[in-house]
Design a protein around this ligand. Sequence first.
Ligand code: ATP
Length: 936
Amino acid sequence: MTVAPAPDGMVPHAAAPRELAKALGTDLRCGLSSAEAAARLRRHGRNELIAEAPVPAWRRFLAQFQDVLVVLLLVATAISAGLWLHRRDAALPYEAIAIFAVVLLNAAMGYVQETRAAAAVAALRALSANAASTIRDGERRRIAAAELVPGDLLLVEEGDTIPADARVVATTALTTGEAALTGESLPVHKSIDVVDADTGLGDRVNMVFTGTTATYGRGMAVVTATGMQTEMGRIAGMLTGATEEPTPLQRELDRTGKVIGLVVVGIAIVMSATIIVVGDVREAASIADVLIFGVALAVAAVPEGLPAIVTAVLAIGVQRMARRSAIVRHLAAVETLGSASVIASDKTGTLTKNEMMVRRLVTSSCGCSVGGSGYGPDGELAPDGGTFGDEARAEIDRLLTAADRANNADVTEQDGRWIVHGDPTEGALRVAAIKAGLRSADLAARLPRIGEVPFSSERKLMSTIHRDVRGGGNVVFAKGAPDVLLQRCTREVLGDGTRPLTEDRRREILHCNDLLARDALRTLGVAVREVPAEAFREGTPPDPSLEQELAFAGLIGMIDPPRPEAAAAVARASGAGIRSVLITGDHPTTAAIIAQELGISADGRAVTGAELERMDDAALVRTVAEVSVFARVDPLHKLRLVKALQANGAIVAMTGDGVNDAPALKTADIGIAMGVTGTDVSKEAADIVLADDNFATIVAAVEEGRAIFANIRKFLRFLLSSNIGEVATMFFGVLLASRIGLPSEHGTLVLPLIATQILWINLVTDGAPALALGVDPADASLMRKAPRARGERVITARMWRGIVLVGAIMAAGTLYVLDAALPGGFVEGRGTLVHGQTMAFTTLMLFQLFNVLNARSDEQSAFVRLFTNGWLWLAIALSIGLQLLVIHVPALQRAFGTVALGWSDWLRCVAVASSVLWLRELSKLATRALSRRGVE
Ligand code: ATP
């Protein structure tokens, strides 16, 4: 058993809070000073669990050579060098050098891509790093969890992931889930009592541990160990770095790549064998030439780099999303986002601003409006009749006193702006109390808090217990959803006293609540109860009966204006075939009104959690197909709703923020957590975290997801058609050698393109344009299409048709140029073999560059948005520049078997290569015409 001792050997769980605080040099009210915390951070290091040691750069570079195909190329290099030694036909082994250079270049590109992808993933991890609430210099502060030090005063709330090992010194029903550490699946209730030094980990109820979660309540604790000194840090073997599973898309491409690879290797073997047998190649050196060619063809045509490029494109896309405030935690979510067909969102803070302001107060004898704006304390209470009677005034004071006391928020002025720390709903109540002339400090002195039953989304209610300094007894203040709270009330406040709550009054209050909700106000009910001092002992968990037999004090209606961009985002989603569904804990009428305002539903229908509970699964599946607003739901209902939506075939993106939303977030196809108001637990369960909690960001992320997917398809079209073009050129070139004028001397090998040329095109000049397609800007039409169907292949039948067509055009065009450059064949030419091969080489390379423009769409003309991607043009220029070097620089000419081309040669290559653009334009025209007539 491990026991983490404090600096002077004290065992934290066996020490009383004061003793421990003294030993750790911390003040239980003010925490550490910033200076002391900084000094401790230097001494103890950052509060991080260090996973494996990072792999050094040289090892990552060398890992690029582990690929089978690269090994084959290295073998080819050796064979070529051996041949040169044997023949000594040139001053240097140019071919071997060229192949090796291509291998190195390829490895360098692979390395850069992987490093970029890893850096992007690391940056994202940093973005979603945990924060911790502490008290330092006597103030509440939110700091990076990595900066916690022993002695820090840590504040823990429901939904937090515990960031360090700490000794609990105050608790309000604090409960933690410790399964991650001890395997205990039941929640553990925390207390501040001392336990024996030799108590086992699972029973140290006065400690909280790194990596466990606060599932309920609140508490304060003194940090006793950080980083690798924590219990979690000590568990060897658990700290393997989180590895990202390959996404479905990556897996599919890996499979496709392997199939293509096998086919190509098969073709290469068949071709090499055919050349040897048919060409009657007997000489060992010539056989070696054929082998080098076979390897080059296989390597060139196998799309082995696909998964790496996909990762790079996904990672770049993820960075783009982060700039739009959507932080992706799992790469797979990026793909799924593109096919989302339902966005199930909560209301408060996502569709609305979560900037609450109390507008209406209603008690037994009066109604009044509250003026002002924001969280500023300026604003008057305006009673409906013009003036307050004594009774009304007393009721309003009681209502707002209770609302101010059953409250954990603070409102402070910073740089001239009033801001809320804590729940905005509660902040708004504090502000209303100030407007009514009630001073928080006076109320706190008169009614010190001695207990609390915390709020939860299931209970929709919270209560606090106070000592009444003047009256002697205790008083309970409760606030919550009016419909829920009323069920616990037997009386109602009237003036200074109370009277029994009749059924008629109950109905009246509910009706009044509905009227407030019709004005799109968020409503809260408040209740009070006086209890004898003996009914509650401070420091013990409150008895549930304290929240019964309450006296209803009144209703509070607050505005929470919709976010200005929300309606447009809902419309945009709907244009993209995505349905928005509202799932909220709020009142059905408020929810329905807001949903109507935002265009989520037109009929004003809302199904409540209670109704939902009465439905069986089949009924629910039917209901979710028709109804788009669900109100007064619990987190558990959310899970059923996700499943019902999925049963209808929807791909569901769902938002959540509480601890208990985690199962729904995990079940949804895309779980989305709130970055600002969300709990750590919900963030960990989610695939995406919204840095701004905004619904519009979800729609933006969907758009990015679609754009990334579209870009992956673009470079797939490009790379696969290029590969098919190259293989077909070589295959038919060898097959038709004598027909197209390729001189076939007995015993030697004559190819349309030589090995290094094929390698060059595929591994060098194709690389930059493919990457540039990966960052193609989003096309506006993306959000006018329906979502991608579940299970739709990355490469559709239509894509394959285009790919094969383009490959065929490339092969035909290249062989035509070769034929025309050589004597004999279908078209008579006068050039030498090297000249002909250089022409074919250049034409095939240029084909790729024209084809890049085709690859951007299967339907849209290449001339639409022709200049929107600067990278693409830069890549094209780079490839042309490299080609110029290869055919005009003497040393490279030797390595790549080229000769300089004249203007007219270039012109001919360009003219033929451009055919792929024109012909593909024609085929797209036909596709568009057919799809207008409804033919796929
Ligand atoms: P959404 O689910 O869209 O975020 P919500 O914030 O209304 O909406 P919950 O936080 O589950 O959902 O709240 C449900 C209900 O509980 C609210 O409508 C309100 O009546 C009540 N409520 C909310 N916050 C508090 C609070 N701090 N104290 C007491 N009652 C509250």
